[in-house]
Design a protein around this ligand. Structure first.
Ligand SMILES: NC(=O)c1ccc[n+]([C@@H]2O[C@H](COP(=O)([O-])OP(=O)(O)OC[C@H]3O[C@@H](n4cnc5c(N)ncnc54)[C@H](OP(=O)(O)O)[C@@H]3O)[C@@H](O)[C@H]2O)c1
Length: 240
């Protein structure tokens, strides 16, 4: 029997996550069950089940979403036999907070860290319980060049993206016993809504959503023995 891949994409409401979800669905691969999550998901989270792939409402700033998601996840996989499935997870949710640090409000700081850091830790914690039963699983985190170097007017964003790199490095070590792949993708500029508040940057200079979706989709196809830890991509101009 061919093993099914259960593909989870968080952040399918717009931008990279939306493009990636469409990329997976367009393949119509019967061995992939594709589940998308974000506030703009079509179905209520209460209807999430392994039998009905689709997009589901999930608010990463609402603790109830995590509690509900985790309890469904554990319930579904309790009944699965070991190695009958693999898991592929993409974390494409996030926002940007930019501006001089003296203008940063406590509310914006907390909200950004809740979405870009805390939500990733909580979600990976939920999946951790089922990893002992799965093999060939892959987790892809969308990091940034801002996770490796500093930019002005970007203290909060640089902090959260450095944290994403730290999460990946730690999980990679912690999940070695399960053979889980943890891939950090250090992204340069991609033409999405995240840039809408920064008109000095021209979207024509950026990687397109269709191209990055293709690239990210390929990560789910890595040969079994290939473990990629850190990928860096930029548009033609390099760092904008
Ligand atoms: N674009 C770039 O140049 C670039 C570069 C480096 C890294 N990245 C990273 O890539 C990721 C995706 O960014 P993007 O460019 O695609 O931005 P985007 O178009 O603004 O997408 C953000 C995504 O996050 C979801 N989201 C926002 N708030 C949420 C919440 N409370 N709960 C659940 N989902 C929520 C949105 O869906 P809903 O609105 O439906 O909730 C949307 O799907 C981010 O982590 C970003 O830091 C982007």
């Amino acid at each position: 029997m061919t093993k099914k891949a259960h593909v989870y994409i968080f952040g399918i409401g717009s931008g990279i996550g939306e493009g990636l979800y469409k990329r997976f669905v367009s393949k119509n691969d019967p061995n992939n069950l594709v589940f998308g999550f974000s506030r703009k998901g079509k179905k209520e989270l209460s209807s999430f089940s392994l039998e009905s792939p689709g997009t589901f409402q999930f608010d990463a700033k609402d603790n109830q979403s995590f509690v509900q998601f985790e309890s469904y996840l554990h319930e579904f996989y309790k009944q699965k036999t070991k190695d009958s499935f693999s898991i592929v997870v993409y974390f494409a949710l996030g926002d940007g907070v930019f501006g001089p640090i003296q203008e940063l409000s406590d509310a914006d700081l907390q909200s950004h860290l809740d979405l870009n850091v805390i939500s990733l830790i909580k979600l990976t914690r939920s999946f951790a319980y089922i990893l002992p039963n799965s093999s060939d699983s892959t987790f892809v985190f969308l990091g940034s060049t801002a996770g490796k170097q500093g930019f002005p007017n970007s203290v909060t964003y640089c902090a959260s993206k450095h944290a994403v790199l730290g999460i990946c490095r730690a999980l990679r070590e912690e999940w070695k016993p399960y053979g889980t792949k943890v891939v950090h993708v250090s992204l340069g500029a991609v033409a999405t809504e995240i840039w809408d508040t920064r008109p000095t940057f021209d979207k024509k200079d950026m990687v397109s959503v269709a191209d990055i979706s293709e690239y990210l989709w390929c990560i789910s196809r890595l040969p079994k023995s290939i473990f990629v830890d850190d990928l860096s991509i930029t548009p033609k101009k390099g760092i904008l």
